[in-house]
Design a protein around this ligand. Structure first.
Ligand code: GRF
Length: 199
């Protein structure tokens, strides 16, 4: 099995996935990292780990389909079985999603369907909820919406600041994303409508 990780930023989830592979938890080849951000630390982390790292410059393309087509070419050239979105700050088109149907997963730093969007940790913190968490889900045509693979709760304590909450959330992300990837690779995820059964 071959995995591609798409990331726009720091790449701490990518690093956790690389670590899980080196520990033998993930039995797959992390064959490709794609970023839309030249400065993404994720690209550096990939290179350091000897993974093919591709920067696809959105500025080079006039339209979104052309930009995505470049990504499709890179993914298909590697024969990728699973696309792992790890802080990829772009919404993929329905064409892209249907081309790789049920083969794209995402991690979101909240308990979906609450607090969708790019500011989820801050939104949850400011809302004053007492429990938030992390969701790993399949990607469908709506943002932060597809069938849920794993969720893990993270309590928000009175002493928490936004920063301490962020670090609690990231710690959980780094644990459950590799777990979800492992389940996918082992063929243990069965999608039934909105539900994902772990078999
Ligand atoms: C994570 O918090 C993830 O939940 C969200 O984007 C962030 C990516 O962080 N989708 P990193 O680049 O993996 O450090």
């Amino acid at each position: 099995m071959k995995i591609a990780v798409f990331a726009s930023g720091r790449g701490t989830n990518l690093a956790a996935i690389i670590k899980a592979k080196s520990k033998g938890l993930i039995n797959a080849d992390i064959a490709l990292v794609v970023s839309d951000n030249k400065k993404a630390l994720a690209l550096k982390k990939a290179q350091r780990a000897g993974i093919k790292a591709v920067f696809v410059d959105p500025q080079r393309f006039l339209t979104m389909p052309e930009f995505e087509n470049e990504i499709v070419k890179a993914v298909e050239a590697e024969g990728i079985d699973l696309i792992v979105l790890a802080g990829f700050m772009r919404i993929l088109s329905s064409d892209f999603v249907s081309r790789f149907q049920n083969k794209i997963i995402n991690i979101h730093p909240a308990i979906l369907p609450s607090f969708k969007g790019s500011q989820a940790i801050k939104d949850a913190y400011e809302f004053g909820i007492k429990v938030t968490g992390v969701t790993v889900h399949f990607v469908d045509n709506e943002m932060d919406n597809g069938p849920i693979i794993l969720q893990k709760a993270v309590p928000i304590d009175e002493a928490d600041t936004l920063e301490t909450l962020e670090s609690k959330i990231h710690k959980v992300e780094h644990k459950i994303y590799p777990e979800a990837i492992k389940l996918f690779i082992e063929g243990r995820l069965k999608i039934e409508g909105r539900k994902v059964k772990i078999v």
